[in-house]
Design a protein around this ligand. Structure first.
Ligand code: NAD
Length: 352
């Protein structure tokens, strides 16, 4: 067994259908009294419902979260928290809303309670992102890790099927790359394999019955596990490519993860054979890359970059950007091989 270092990150996790009812108790346990409830404009009704539940513990609602946390939104939310005398924040939504909560915590040190409603996994990572002047800056800070996470699968029943599948593939991407991470450890490997298994089992069930609460619970459980891997070990080529394509070409976050994942895994297959065996086993597939492609395609998700807004003329620049300042990766990053990977992802041909 190789040497490893593992630092457990503490978060209190409450999981179960209807678990959002425990929110007032959880605020009290944190020693807080006035919560600012955060959401996107699309989920303002969820935020209002949560605020109503909070009674004396609510300071107000800020329903202006948007993708990639623009610095102006973060500043406005911080000012609103101050104006309302808030002493904690409740983020109900996906990665964009959790990200806004983290941006508030970064300056104020407020405790954050996250109530995730997608499978992105941000609620269990100390990673933040802030966008200023069109450039997204990311960083790590243990102080922004949400202190309490409430996973209530009932709140995910409304997640549209398309986003359910792409968000599930986004989660699997964290676990798949975690399995060949340079700082992987046996605990994270177990968590990653179980996370992939849970989501891969849930997605076909959700395609058949999107409001199946048991399948929703399995998917959310898998998302927690996969997010935990993202929060604990370093990511590699796949996340670098998605960061580049999302940031520089404005491609939608979960879709770009869905399309790229099989090709990034194919690229790394020969350099990380044990990870490939584990991914394939968790998917019950013959190969990791082919199994990931089939999982996405069979649930109706996009499988080609050209179908999610990428222009063929931008592939060369994307390869240049992705090959510059690369993350650590099990197989060396070669610009021409990356250009080929992007072409295959652009065309959407199934990897073997
Ligand atoms: P999102 O938070 O942007 O949500 C997309 C849309 O879906 C929003 O309109 C949202 O309101 C809506 N939505 C969410 N849950 C819903 C539900 N249950 N029912 C109906 N609508 C719902 O999407 P996301 O993919 O969760 O997050 C993407 C962002 O999170 C990106 O900016 C990404 O970089 C970031 N992220 C960060 C981390 C991290 O560790 N810091 C991890 C993963 C993602």
């Amino acid at each position: 067994m190789k040497e490893f270092l593992y630092t457990a990150q503490s978060a209190r996790v409450i999981f179960g259908a209807g678990a959002v009812q425990y929110l007032p108790r959880e605020i009290e346990l944190l020693g807080a009294q006035r919560a600012l409830v955060l959401s996107t404009p699309e989920q303002a009704h969820d935020a209002e419902r949560v605020a109503q539940r909070l009674g004396k513990y609510v300071a107000g609602v800020f329903a202006k979260a948007v993708m990639h946390v623009p610095i102006d939104t973060a500043r406005e939310a911080r000012a609103e928290a101050q104006r309302l005398g808030a002493d904690c924040a409740v983020a109900i939504g996906g990665g964009s809303t959790t990200g806004l909560g983290k941006a508030i915590a970064l300056e104020s040190g407020f405790p954050i309670i996250a109530i995730p409603t997608t499978y992105a996994g941000s609620e269990v990572t100390p990673i933040y992102g802030l966008t200023e002047g069109g450039v997204k800056r990311t960083g790590k800070d243990p102080r922004i890790l949400p202190r309490t996470v409430i996973y209530d699968p009932e709140l995910t029943l409304s997640l549209p099927l398309g986003m359910t599948v792409t968000s599930g593939m986004n989660a699997i991407a964290h676990a798949a790359e975690g399995l060949y991470s340079k700082d992987s450890n046996p605990i994270m490997d177990l968590i990653a394999a179980e996370g992939i298994r849970a989501i891969a089992a849930a997605l076909p069930a959700l395609r058949a019955h999107p409001r199946d609460l048991e399948a929703r619970s399995q998917a959310l459980y898998g998302a927690w596990l996969c997010g935990t891997v993202l929060g604990n070990v370093g990511m590699a080529l796949h996340h670098k490519l998605c960061h580049t394509l999302g940031g520089s070409f404005n491609l939608p976050h979960a879709e770009v993860h869905t399309v790229i994942l099989p090709y990034a895994i194919e690229y790394n297959a020969s350099a990380a054979p044990l990870a490939m065996t584990r991914i394939a086993a968790a998917l019950q597939a013959r190969t990791a890359a082919g199994g990931l492609y089939d999982l996405a395609r069979d649930q109706g998700a996009p499988c080609a970059l050209r179908d999610i807004g990428m222009r063929s003329a931008d592939l060369d620049r994307a390869a240049d950007l992705a090959a510059a300042n690369p993350y650590w990766n099990p197989r060396p990053i070669e610009r021409n091989a990356i250009r080929e990977l992007l072409q295959r992802a652009y065309d959407g041909a199934r990897p073997p």
